[in-house]
Write a protein that binds this ligand. Structure first.
Ligand SMILES: NC(=O)c1ccc[n+]([C@@H]2O[C@H](COP(=O)([O-])OP(=O)(O)OC[C@H]3O[C@@H](n4cnc5c(N)ncnc54)[C@H](OP(=O)(O)O)[C@@H]3O)[C@@H](O)[C@H]2O)c1
Length: 254
């Protein structure tokens, strides 16, 4: 019986490492969508690519004798969590969502809350501004409707032509980022406004401290809806949930 981790996040990477360390030999694998051309190495075997919707995931669960699923996809993954909920419910496989808490504003922050990317693009206003887009690659197209702004786009992968606007500067980089580097970047690029997903976590939060330090507003995009499933916020909580399902080093005698 196998533990299936739906990955693509720091938490999935950390859970894989902890499982490999504490339960050597425990059958487990991490599934990646395949969005990143050079994913970071993982401590467990990986498989890459979509399953083919709910039915495809259901077939995968049966073929691979999956005992439990941990949905450790990104807080902004909008489809996979629902597919996992449906497939696991139909197959009667226990499912845990591992989701880091969102960021909350602290003293000195100026946040403009946006419900989605279209809302964020509208929140930039009519006057041209220099905008730091730190939302990854997939949803950049929403900002094509506000071509008056100058965009500094940072993404892990090249963005290609997903943002057809006249003033776009591209940076390819992968977190974690340091506050002093974020400050230097925002100063150098004369940024007026930052756009961020409310991803939460430590990997990319330096941009928020830098914006605070420079007195810049952050357009903060809310997370998409998620299914109502058992949820852990930390890797330790996920390991405890696995233990409650009999998947521990002790119970296996490792
Ligand atoms: N969205 C973000 O902001 C973001 C940021 C960082 C990392 N990621 C990671 O990138 C991946 C894709 O994100 P997304 O926003 O495109 O997700 P999504 O909209 O929820 O998923 C779209 C489709 O991609 C496939 N998929 C997603 N996650 C998968 C996984 N872990 N293993 C296998 N197939 C997967 C599924 O295809 P099938 O229906 O064919 O199974 C799913 O229907 C996720 O693994 C996520 O953790 C996303």
């Amino acid at each position: 019986m196998t533990i299936l981790i739906l990955g693509g996040t720091t938490e999935a990477t950390a859970l894989a490492r902890r499982l490999a360390e504490t339960c050597p030999g425990m059958p487990a694998l991490v599934s990646l969508a395949g969005r990143t051309s050079a994913p970071k190495p993982l401590a467990l075997p990986i498989r890459i690519g979509g399953f083919g919707g709910i039915d495809g995931l259901g077939a995968f669960l049966a073929e691979n004798r999956v005992a439990v699923v941990i949905d450790a996809t990104h807080p902004f993954a909008a489809i996979m969590p629902f597919n996992a909920e449906a497939a696991c419910r139909l197959a009667q496989v226990p499912l845990l969502a591992l989701r880091r808490p969102p960021w909350t504003p602290v003293a000195g922050d100026t946040w403009i809350e946006a419900k989605d990317m279209a809302d964020a693009a509208a929140a930039l206003g009519a006057e041209p501004r220099r905008v730091f887009l730190t939302i990854g690659r997939q949803e950049l197209g929403a900002f094509a409707r506000a071509p008056q702004h100058h965009y500094l786009v940072r993404s892990i992968e090249p963005i290609g032509d997903v943002l057809p606007a006249p003033h776009v500067t591209r940076i390819e980089a992968r977190g974690p980022f340091l506050v002093e580097d974020e400050l230097a970047l925002m100063r150098r690029e004369r940024i007026d406004l930052v756009v961020s997903k409310n991803s939460g976590g430590a990997q990319t939060e330096a941009k928020l401290a830098a914006a605070r330090g420079l007195g810049l507003a952050v357009v903060m995009v809310a997370r998409p809806a998620k299914p109502d499933v058992a949820t852990a916020e930390t890797v330790d909580q996920a390991l405890a949930w696995l233990a409650a399902h009999g998947l521990t080093p002790t119970e296996r005698g490792v």
